[in-house]
Design a protein around this ligand. Structure first.
Ligand code: FAD
Length: 401
């Protein structure tokens, strides 16, 4: 049973400022479609422009916290293919297991997007496929978007008072409205047969700092298949490391999935005024990705909720909360980024029971609560993090960044 849509209830149902003010959303994927749904539910006229021609986006196996269901409700339910109750962490022959109080969800991206599209249409948004955003400019009262039709190459002009860019890491909307490009990192994963010794309710994480400052993961999507992947620094090197890792574990890839994900380096202000119109960014287009794990699904939905609130009510509270959360993940990432093998070994050793409970009780979308509990239960972990932070700031100074 999905939790109530409590997270989305607090957009006011009256929208005096937005009556008849039209919104064009560019990008019919997770963040764009959710924004469209939220706005359409409030009676805002919304058109979504998506460049792909059918609602058959690439398949991807994703892991998210159960916060997603609180945000999306029924639109997300069909996409859930498995639940994760334990994480096993490995480094240099050591291991620790963390049991989650609230299971993480394994979701299939294509089904998720199809569910979100149905929900957006049911709420009154129109979705126009095979429409590629080219650029935007102000006109007297609002904005004009230039949209290319993918079937015959013709270009049309669409008027809107507000544009929302949900068009991913290399957002063309952001570029056209004057935002700086975002730095990105490659993420590659292979779908593999699940090793015989592995339970479908357990995900595995390996810290191998000589290959990546992030980690490898293996997340089961069913009792027989899982996604094994890593986040890297450069594309070819990342793929090479993944292939070596698969070889070492004698796992034959069934297919590969990958793309570049924005690196959150600081909060990206999500609104710009262009002439008399407004342009907003959501999801990967705004770099709304937890930089600890490079997970952007739930934070992108929270960005969508924040932008919908801003458009409908002129309120920015959800965006402020999201900013605090993303900044905290940045702090955690900085403290981990230069960890050497010995640091990871100590980290896994230090994951004693009280600290594990902190990790288990709260989800990755509640980083403040985790950090606070870890501080109380295992101060040595905090010292280890601070050491990482100091060494990170030294190396940033040396490279002049
Ligand atoms: C292999 C892989 C695994 C991942 N695993 C996880 C995970 O486990 N957990 C997690 O939380 N996150 C994960 N991520 C990250 C997550 O998928 C992204 O953060 C999230 O999908 C971003 O959603 P979005 O809607 O902001 O952007 P996108 O999904 O990138 O969507 C952008 C949309 O805009 C459209 N578009 C682009 N340009 C134009 C244009 N000019 N005109 C019209 N339309 C346009 C695109 O076709 C696309 O539909 C993973 C990413 C990858 C690649």
């Amino acid at each position: 049973m999905a939790p109530e849509r409590s997270d989305t209830k607090n957009i006011s149902s009256r929208n005096p400022h937005t009556d008849k003010r039209s919104v064009a959303v560019v990008g019919g994927s997770a963040a764009g479609l959710f924004t469209a749904s939220l706005l359409a539910r409030q009676g805002v006229p919304v058109r979504v422009f998506e460049r792909i021609e059918t609602l058959e986006p690439e398949e991807r196996t994703l892991i998210v916290t159960n916060r997603m269901l609180a945000l999306l409700g029924r639109a997300a339910q069909k996409s859930v293919v498995n639940e994760i109750r334990h994480f096993e962490l490995f480094t240099d022959g050591r291991a620790a297991t963390v049991t989650l109080k609230h299971p993480d969800l394994i979701i299939e991206r294509r089904t998720l997007i199809q569910g979100l599209a149905e929900e957006a249409q049911r709420s009154g948004a129109s979705i126009e496929l095979g429409r590629r955003f080219h650029t935007l400019h102000p006109n007297g009262r609002g904005l004009v978007l230039e949209i290319d039709r993918c079937d015959d190459g013709s270009r049309e002009e669409v008027r809107a008072d507000t544009i929302v860019g949900g068009d991913g890491a290399s957002s063309r909307v952001a570029h056209a409205a004057g935002w700086a490009p975002l730095e990105t990192v490659p993420l590659v994963q292979a779908i593999v047969p699940l090793p015989k010794d592995m339970s479908p309710a357990t995900a595995r994480v390996w810290f191998v700092p000589q290959d990546t400052p992030y980690f490898y993961w293996l997340i089961p999507e069913s009792p027989t298949r899982g996604a094994l992947g890593l986040i890297g620094v450069t594309g070819p090197e990342t793929r090479h490391h993944l292939e070596k890792f698969l070889e070492k574990r004698k796992l034959d890839p069934i297919e590969f999935q990958g793309a570049r994900i924005p690196l959150y380096k600081k909060w990206v202000p999500v609104r710009r005024q262009v002439g008399r119109g407004s342009v907003y960014l959501v999801g990967d287009a705004a770099g709304q990705v937890k930089v600890t794990t490079v997970g952007g699904i739930v934070t992108g939905f929270r960005g969508a909720l924040g932008v919908a609130q801003a458009i409908v009510d002129g309120r920015f509270s959800e965006l402020h909360t999201l900013r605090r959360e993303l900044d905290l993940h940045l702090l955690l990432r900085r403290s981990l980024h230069d960890f050497q093998q010995a640091d990871y070994s100590r980290l896994v050793d230090l994951l004693n029971d009280p600290a594990k409970q902190s990790l288990a009780e709260y989800s990755r979308d509640e980083a403040w609560k985790i950090l606070w509990r870890v501080c109380l239960s295992q101060p040595r972990l905090v010292l280890l993090g601070l050491r990482g932070l100091l060494s990170r700031s030294r190396s940033l100074r040396q490279t002049g960044l």
